[in-house]
Design a protein. Structure first.
Lengths: 300, 281
């Protein structure tokens, strides 16, 4: 861009340059608008598949959804309409609860160790293995629990399914919690140390409370993943047609398992129910997330 | 790697005593304090007595080790990995760097206010109560909180909204909250690391007035970049600078220490005079 001294510009030239009407400035403005358009297009492209999925699930699921569906257990016959997925809902909630009870304390504990005791030599190992675990195919997790637990102890059961889900949730919670703890400013830790706090007091009374809403989000991300997993449950929970309150000894049902079985069969009635089941699962995760946000805000 | 030869004690510090004080009035005695960060020597052979119920200011150019020295007094340097300290800091007859001394106990008796106000994301009440609670104080917390907030000249402004978040206060109020939080555990000494540098001039003046009140009960050590502030508030002033004989190594030494009046009007050391009159730093 050429440099002009003030007295060389005429008044109209100055006005034009302030409004950005010189040729170079005009090009920059066009380029800016172009980039904005490109980025908006990218956003649309990314959102379209998601929107389509949501739309389809709502459309097909809502038509098959009914009060009977939400409150009754599967009927013996798959080919006739009727019955519901209550056994699956119960099983999913039961197993996800177990998974949360196991993976949340362990995951947050590991994340605390990595961030607050960061000089420890274990830290690179923990981070490495956590990253590896995030990539393990969920069927492998199911296979692992199958050989270790199902064959040697509990058989197909709620506990086995819950454990498999907890292994899936653990690396997600650990990594996400680690990020949240890193976001807690050191200023706050220094203030606490300066008042004569011991390390565990700093963690418990300053770091954890400050990170609490982020931790809840991390947990919900993991729960959303676990609630929708089918593969690990094929080999651990197996499935059931009734409500299963037993922790061990009997196979357990789950929403994704029923959806899987009903959707791949040839029966129209089953397909319709599967869509309703998918909608139910989606709404379940949505409600849990909103609930968690509510709790998180209260905790602040 | 720094070797033993660098430890020869060269008498570089100029001392002028304060009128009317005796050794009885020393609350912290710093003796030959030397700090390394890893293999880098940060400050060398700092010796100076801190007097009770006085404000001691540490001034000097950037990088001269002022904050490093300040953080030695409550062993906050321990939190930085690789820090090594030699020499002694005598508080209450005991070397705080001695064997078996628990840094946590030190920090309850020697408190700190930081440069950027750092209240916890909790209520004003919980901020002030934090220190007493973690140190296991039983008894009337409301009383402790009110006293501390009064001592920090903040009570009148917040007494009707103690449950509000500490973060909802203005910068100057937040810093006074941090001071209230520090004095709630009733330390003997308060360390202040450039406490007003992030505040506007009005808030700064209020902090300075507060310091004059606080020194009735506490001893204050303040690090400041602001020479006028040091001249206004301090009783004793310590001037730190980089060792000119080894300028590339950036080693902080104590150049001169004396009553503020004398340092700012009639310093003995030539380097002090140059800094005061703005010829460097």
């Amino acid at each position: 861009m050429s440099m002009r001294t003030a007295d060389m510009e005429s008044r109209s030239e100055r006005a034009a340059s302030l409004a950005g009407r010189s040729s170079h400035a005009a090009w920059r403005k066009r380029k800016d608008a172009l980039m904005q358009g490109v980025l908006f297009l990218a956003l649309l492209l990314a959102l379209i598949p998601l929107a389509l999925i949501l739309f389809e699930v709502f459309r097909r699921g809502a038509s098959a959804m009914s009060w009977e569906f939400l409150t009754s257990v599967q009927s013996i016959s798959m080919l006739r309409p009727g019955g519901g997925y209550l056994n699956g809902l119960f099983g999913t909630l039961y197993m996800v609860s177990i998974a949360v009870l196991i993976s949340v304390p362990l995951g947050i504990g590991a994340a605390i160790y990595v961030v607050e005791y960061s000089s420890s030599r274990l830290v690179p190992f923990i981070q490495f293995f956590t990253d590896v675990m995030t990539g393990v195919p969920s069927i492998f997790v199911g296979l692992f629990i199958y050989t270790v637990l199902v064959q040697n102890g509990t058989g197909f059961s709620t506990l086995a399914g819950g454990l498999a889900l907890s292994l899936l949730m653990l690396p997600i919670i650990t990594r996400a919690s680690e990020e949240v703890f890193r976001l807690v400013p050191d200023d706050l830790r220094n203030a606490a140390y300066g008042l004569g706090a011991r390390r565990w007091q700093v963690i418990l009374k300053v770091v954890l409370p400050t990170a609490s809403s982020g931790l809840i989000t991390a947990t919900m991300l993991a729960v959303a993943r676990a609630a929708g997993e089918t593969a690990p449950l094929l080999l651990t929970a197996l499935g059931a047609f009734r409500i299963v309150p037993e922790l061990v000894g009997k196979p357990q049902s789950a929403l994704p398992l029923i959806i899987f079985n009903e959707a791949r069969g040839p029966f129209e009635a089953a397909h319709a129910r599967a869509w309703a089941g998918a909608l139910e699962l989606m709404l379940l995760v949505l409600i849990l997330t909103l609930l968690a946000r509510r709790i998180g805000r209260r905790a602040q | 790697m720094v070797g033993r030869d660098d430890m020869e004690i060269v008498e570089k510090t100029t001392y002028t005593p304060l009128d009317g004080v005796t050794d009885e009035d020393i609350v912290i005695d710093t003796r030959d304090l030397t700090v390394w960060y890893g293999s880098d020597l940060a400050v060398r052979s700092i010796t100076l007595p801190i007097y009770r119920n006085r404000i001691t200011a540490i001034i000097g150019p950037s990088g001269s080790g002022k904050s490093t020295l300040l953080r030695c007094y409550n062993r906050m340097n321990d939190l930085i990995p690789g820090t090594r300290v030699e020499g002694s800091v005598i508080y209450n007859g005991e070397d705080i760097y001695g064997n078996g001394v628990d840094p946590v106990e030190i920090r309850r008796r020697i408190g700190m206010v930081f440069q950027k106000p750092n209240p916890f994301p909790k209520s004003i009440y919980d901020n002030v109560a934090f220190g007493p609670r973690i140190n296991g104080y039983k008894g009337d917390m409301d009383e402790i909180v009110e006293q501390a907030l009064r001592g920090a000249a903040l009570w009148d402004e917040v007494k009707d909204r103690l449950e509000d978040s500490g973060l909802a206060l203005s910068g100057g109020q937040q810093q006074r909250l941090c001071i209230a939080r520090a004095i709630a555990v009733r330390p003997r000494v308060i360390l202040m690391d450039e406490p007003a540098s992030a505040l506007d001039p009005i808030a700064t003046l209020r902090i300075e007035e507060l310091m004059q009140e606080l020194k009735q009960e506490f001893s204050i050590i303040i690090v400041t970049h602001n020479m006028q502030q040091a001249a206004r508030v301090s009783d004793m002033t310590a001037f730190m600078s980089l060792d000119r004989d080894r300028i590339d190594d950036r080693i902080g030494i104590l150049v001169e220490y004396g009553p503020a009046d004398q340092i700012f009007t009639n310093p003995v050391n030539r380097e002090t005079e140059e800094y005061i009159s703005g010829r460097f730093g």
